[in-house]
Design a protein around this ligand. Structure first.
Ligand code: SAH
Length: 488
C-alpha cells in the first residue's frame, strides 16, 4: 500500500513529469486538486476511482480533514493511490503535512516533485528567477497572509531586506499590502514587479509595473488567482524575453459536448490554440453485445458509419483478418482513421462525411449483400438507399449513445462560454437535456449539415457550420469565425 504524492506541474500538460504520467496510468485511486493541467487524468485507467478534493464549484474547499480521511482509507485498503497536486506537492501544497499523516499511519509514501508555478509561470513570461548580476537568490513566499495582521508568520522587514528575487504565491488579492510592506521595509518603490496569471496555460497573461503601481495595474487588468507575483530586477526582463505566444483562441471559452472518451483530442486541439475549454460530455457510448456474421466473407460490402462504430467493430473482430472479404466503406476521414489504426485501408471514403455522400460514392459498386455496422439508432438514409438499389441490407448495431448527466460546475461553465460546439445530432439532444439550450449570446458551431438539422429541430440556429465534417474541420470553422468577428 503506497500513496504517491505527485506534482502535476503548473498547468501546461507538457510539463507533467514522465513519472507522474506513469503513476496516473497505474493508479487505483486518484485524489486530485482543481489546479491541475487540463487533461491530466486522461491517462488514468477507465476503472480508476477519481476523486475531486479541490474547490467545489469554484467555492469552498473540501476540508483538509476530509482529504486526509480519504487518503488514510484508500492507503490502508492497499490501493495504489495517487495524490495529485498542482505544481510541486511540497511547495505550498500541504504535501508535507499529508506525508506526515501517512507515515504516522504506517502507510508508505513516495514523492514525485513537480514543476512549481513560482518558477514556471515567470519562465513562461520570460522572467528568469535568478540572473547573474541581478539576482543571486530567490525566495518563495506565501502571499496568503495579511501582511497587516499582528501575528504573521512572514517576517516582512527581513523579506524586504532579502538580497534577491521574491516570488509570491497566492497573493493577488493582497498585492497592495504586500507592496506597501516591502517599500516600508526599504525596497525601492520603482522596483519592477510582474504578475503572471494562469502561467503556462494557453491563456496566460502578465501584468507589469513597479512596487508603486502594481496593485492598481492588477486591479485595472482584472487579474485573478491563480497568479504568481515576481518582485525584483528580473521582473523587468519580461519585456525583453517574453516568448510565450497567445494562441488565436486566447480569451475564448469553448464548450466541447462529445462523449468523454472523445472529448480529449478535440479539447487538446482547442487548448493548443489558446482556448479555454469546457468539457461537457453529455453523452456516453455504451457498447452493445454483438457478433459478426460467421459468413462475413460472402458480403459484398461492410459499411462503417462512425469512429465509435469502427472501434467497437475492431474490438468484436479481435483480429483484423476476421473482417477480410467484403469491400469496406468508411463514412468519413475520422472513421477511416479508426480503421487504419488497425491496419485496414477502407476501399471507399466519400468526399463529405454524410450518408448521402456515401450512397453516391458507392454508386458504381455492384451490391447484393451489405452489412452496415453502426449505432443502434441512426438515420435510415444509407440502408434505404442501398435497399432501393436491390441490395439485401443488414444492420449490425454496435453501440448506443446514452445521456450523461453534467455536474453543476460543468453546466455553469458551459452556459458562460463563448462557443458551444456540436459534433453529432445525438450530442445536440443530450447536451440540451443536460445543460439547456445555448444562450442567445453564445455562438453555436456545428460539425455538418445533419448536426445543423438537429439544432434547427431544437429551435437553434447554427452560427457556424464546418466545411469539412470532421473535428479538424470544426476547429477550422471556429477559427474563421473568431477572426471574422475580430475584424468587424
Ligand atoms: N504546489 C503549487 C502551489 C500551490 S499554492 C506549486 O508548486 O506550484 C496555489 C498558488 O500557486 C496559487 O494561488 C498561485 O499563486 C500559484 N499558482 C499555481 N498554479 C499557477 C499558475 N499556473 N500560474 C500562476 N500561479 C499559479
Amino acid at each position: 500500500m503506497t500513496v504517491h504524492l505527485v506534482g502535476a506541474g503548473p498547468g501546461d500538460a507538457g510539463l507533467m513529469t514522465a513519472r507522474a504520467l506513469e503513476l496516473i496510468a497505474r493508479a487505483d485511486v486518484i485524489l486530485y486538486d482543481r489546479l491541475i493541467p487540463d487533461g491530466a487524468l486522461d491517462g488514468a485507467r477507465a476503472d480508476a476511482l477519481l476523486l475531486d478534493v479541490g474547490k467545489v464549484g469554484g467555492g469552498t474547499q473540501v476540508p483538509q480533514e476530509a482529504t486526509n480521511a480519504l487518503l488514510l482509507e484508500h492507503g490502508r485498503a492497499g490501493h495504489e493511490v495517487v495524490r495529485l497536486k498542482g505544481g510541486d506537492p511540497f511547495v505550498f501544497g500541504r504535501g508535507g503535512e499529508e506525508a506526515q499523516l501517512l507515515v504516522a499511519a504506517g502507510i508508505d509514501v513516495t514523492v514525485v516533485p513537480g514543476v512549481t508555478a513560482g518558477v514556471a509561470a515567470p519562465a513562461y513570461a520570460g522572467i528568469p528567477v535568478t540572473q547573474r548580476g541581478m539576482a543571486a537568490a530567490v525566495a518563495f513566499v506565501t502571499g496568503h497572509e495579511d501582511p497587516g495582521k499582528e501575528e504573521t508568520q512572514v517576517d516582512w522587514p527581513a523579506l524586504a531586506a532579502f538580497p534577491g528575487t521574491l516570488v509570491f504565491y497566492m497573493g493577488v488579492r493582497k498585492l497592495d499590502r504586500i507592496a506597501e510592506q516591502l517599500v516600508l521595509g526599504g525596497r525601492s518603490a520603482s522596483e519592477p514587479v510582474a504578475v503572471v496569471q494562469r502561467g503556462t496555460f494557453a491563456d496566460q497573461r502578465t501584468v507589469s509595473g513597479t512596487l508603486a503601481d502594481i496593485a492598481d495595474r492588477a486591479v485595472e487588468a482584472g487579474v485573478r488567482a491563480p497568479a504568481i507575483t515576481v518582485v525584483g530586477a528580473v521582473a523587468g526582463l519580461h519585456q525583453e524575453l517574453a516568448w510565450f505566444a497567445r494562441g488565436p483562441l486566447a480569451g475564448r471559452s469553448v464548450v466541447v459536448t462529445r462523449a468523454r472518451a472523445q472529448v480529449s483530442a478535440l479539447a487538446a486541439r482547442l487548448r493548443g490554440l489558446g482556448a479555454h475549454v469546457v468539457e461537457a460530455p453529455a453523452i456516453r457510448i455504451e457498447p452493445l453485445d454483438a457478433a459478426l456474421p460467421s459468413d462475413l466473407a460472402s458480403y459484398d460490402l461492410l459499411c462503417v458509419t462512425s469512429p465509435n462504430g469502427a472501434r467497437r467493430l475492431l474490438e468484436l473482430a479481435r483480429d483484423a483478418r476476421a473482417l477480410a472479404g467484403p469491400a469496406i466503406a468508411a463514412i468519413g476521414p475520422g472513421t477511416a482513421d479508426a480503421l487504419r489504426a488497425a491496419g485496414i485501408e477502407p476501399d471507399v471514403v466519400p468526399q463529405r462525411a454524410v450518408a448521402e455522400s456515401l450512397v453516391e460514392a458507392l454508386a458504381d459498386l455492384p451490391l447484393k449483400r451489405v452489412l452496415i455496422a453502426r449505432a443502434e439508432q441512426a438515420r435510415e438514409v444509407l440502408p434505404e438507399a442501398l435497399r432501393a438499389r436491390g441490395a439485401a441490407v443488414e444492420i449490425l448495431p454496435l453501440y448506443r449513445t446514452v445521456a450523461e448527466p453534467l455536474a453543476a460546475p460543468a453546466r455553469d461553465a458551459a452556459s458562460a462560454a463563448d462557443y458551444v460546439t456540436f459534433t453529432s445530432a445525438s450530442a445536440v439532444r443530450f447536451y440540451i437535456e443536460a445543460a439547456g439550450a445555448p444562450a442567445a449570446r453564445q455562438r453555436v458551431v456545428s460539425i455538418g449539415p445533419i448536426t445543423s438539422d438537429a439544432l434547427r429541430a431544437h429551435g437553434l440556429v447554427p452560427h457556424v457550420e464546418a466545411i469539412q465534417h470532421t473535428p479538424d474541420g470544426l476547429v477550422a470553422a471556429l477559427l474563421a469565425d473568431v477572426s471574422a468577428r475580430r475584424r468587424c
